[in-house]
Design a protein around this ligand. Structure first.
Ligand SMILES: [Zn+2]
Length: 214
């Protein structure tokens, strides 16, 4: 785990290679909180950054965390060219890419280009796998390309007390095994919700006694 090195803002990438880092974990593990903290720390060092997100829980172009922090962000639409986005700005030292699992594979390639050709540090955050425990294509590409990959495990537990590793999609009280890879849930308008489970209970489809029949 390299949380401490993420939080201590690195000096300018001038004089060293820029880095592509991917922090992954299930929902509620503190990804967005760490993204916001990282942005704050880098900003205090006088570094200039952009904050990107896609499908944030707020439903708008913002990075919000469940503990109540929030920041305006750029929504990564399908087809947005991230190299063009960054080079259109005066000088960008780093990018915070929240919900990077939902970006396109092409956009992940663009992040690597920004690191290698434009010396922009990229800190990407996201889920590794979908509700079936199958890896998102963008997350897979990040695993393949990143200089550093870290699993975040911030006290998110399965109902049984084991560390939560996987997100289950729950529709009508039942764990779904099939369906679209991306469905926004946990909003008032949606019948879909997500629940973090340990591997054992994700594979068994066991949502725990108190939640059965909801
Ligand atoms: Zn469990």
């Amino acid at each position: 785990m390299t949380e401490s090195s993420a939080l201590s803002a690195a000096p300018s990438a001038a004089g060293r290679d820029a880095v592509l880092k991917f922090y992954f974990g299930p929902m509620d593990c503190g990804k967005s909180t760490l993204a916001l903290q990282l942005n704050y720390n880098h900003g205090r060092q006088g570094r200039r950054g952009l904050v990107l997100t896609k499908h944030d829980r707020s439903g708008g172009p913002k990075v919000t965390s469940r503990i109540g922090l929030g920041l305006e962000a750029i929504e990564v639409e399908d087809g947005l060219d991230l190299v063009a986005l960054v080079t259109a700005h005066d000088r960008i030292d780093y990018l915070i890419c929240d919900e990077a699992c939902f970006y396109s594979v092409e956009q992940i390639e663009q992040l690597a280009d920004l690191v290698d050709e434009h010396r922009v540090d990229v800190y990407a955050f996201g889920l590794a796998s979908d509700f079936r425990s199958v890896m998102f294509p963008a997350a897979q590409r990040l695993f393949e390309l990143a200089d550093e990959v870290s699993r975040l495990q911030v006290e998110v537990l399965c109902w049984c007390g084991r560390p939560g590793q996987l997100n289950a999609r729950v529709v009508g009280g039942v764990m779904a095994r099939t369906g679209e890879q991306v469905v926004i849930g946990d909003t008032n308008a949606s019948p879909v919700r997500y629940q973090v489970l340990c591997r054992r209970h994700h594979r068994a489809g066991d949502l725990g006694e108190p939640l059965r029949g909801l």
